[in-house]
Write a protein that binds this ligand. Structure first.
Ligand code: NDP
Length: 287
């Protein structure tokens, strides 16, 4: 028989996680602050608990997916010793500091704690497209890995509980950079009467081509050598950047999503690094 699992939090993501557990054949106990959100899962075989305490008592493995760490604290704090001997896998978005603090709190209550980040949207859960990041006790992770693999491909990033949220926020930051550019691109073409859908195929192709830059960027950033083998100098890019803000101004759209990187390029060129790669901007961020 399969490991019983409890899921605390049945928002869009918690519901998808619970469904993956049910599909994997695990006895699944669910709890949500607003009880109505458990009804659909109950018809699919989930056991519903009236309180978080009751839900935690049902399983030694407890998956938490709430809005933020404040809600996690509100739900877990009153449970205290009820968590002793259990493993809490918290997939709520948070910072490395929040994860380390919660890990210390959990250890103080005798619970194993694994922090996680979900690199998927709810419909991707349980499909090959999803991957999840975990950090915390390697033994606790190994013990529950087969369950966690039901959500998506599992990546354990080490014992430091802050590691999974660190990677999670890094990946999501890059996503928001991309989305910012996409939104600006669509605003720009729309301002000239072109439908976003007309540009979408070429935009998708371009982003796919440019995503190939991440490895080369990493090499430059890790070596600190931003000057060797540069194909697109920052001086060239900075000179062209005036056209990005200029076209926005001419077409009457706000440059606010793309302007910050232009300002950083200008500063890097002014400091004498115009012959280098765009990767040199990282030095301005970390200085
Ligand atoms: P939702 O907004 O759909 O759900 C939020 C959940 O948190 C609900 O169950 C809500 O309960 C609960 N909640 C909020 N405040 C409290 C509180 N004070 N006490 C108890 N419960 C509370 O969010 P998602 O399910 O989409 O996201 C959950 C987590 O997963 C977030 O941290 C999010 O960043 C992360 N995530 C989400 C992704 C997504 O695409 N959806 C992708 C990757 C990560 P109630 O129903 O009672 O309001």
């Amino acid at each position: 028989s399969k490991t019983p699992v409890t899921v605390l939090g049945l928002g869009d993501m918690g519901t998808a996680l619970a469904r993956a557990l049910l599909e994997g054949g695990h006895p699944t106990t669910v709890w949500n602050r607003t009880a109505a959100k458990a009804e659909a899962l109950a018809t699919e075989g989930a056991l519903t608990a009236a309180t978080a305490g009751e839900a935690v008592a049902a399983s030694r493995l407890v998956v938490v997916c709430l809005l933020d760490y404040d809600s996690v604290r509100q739900v877990l704090s009153p449970l205290g010793e009820a968590l002793a001997g259990r493993t809490v896998v918290n997939l709520t978005n948070g910072t490395p500091r929040q994860a380390r603090d919660l890990a210390a709190w959990a250890a103080g209550h005798g619970a194993e704690y694994i922090d996680g980040g979900i690199m998927a949207v709810p419909p991707m859960i349980g499909t090959p497209a999803a991957f999840l990041l975990y950090s915390g006790s390697p033994a606790a992770f190994a013990a529950h890995r087969s369950v966690l693999d039901l959500f998506g491909e599992s990546h354990h990033l080490g014992e430091d509980h802050g590691r999974a949220p660190l990677y999670d926020l890094a990946l999501l930051s890059a996503m928001y950079g991309m989305f910012s550019g996409v939104l600006h691109a669509y605003a720009l073409v729309r301002s000239d009467g072109v439908a976003a859908g007309d540009v979408a195929p070429l935009l998708g192709r371009w982003l796919t081509a440019m995503s190939g830059a991440v490895d080369g960027y990493a090499q430059r950033i890790d070596s600190g050598d931003h000057a060797t083998g540069v194909v697109s100098t920052i001086a060239m890019q900075s000179a062209a950047f005036g056209n990005f803000t200029g076209s926005a101004r001419d077409q009457g759209i706000s440059p606010e999503l793309i302007a910050p990187i232009g300002a950083l390029m200008a500063r890097r060129v002014a400091a004498g690094h115009g012959h280098e790669d765009l990767t040199g901007l990282v030095e301005l961020l970390t200085a």
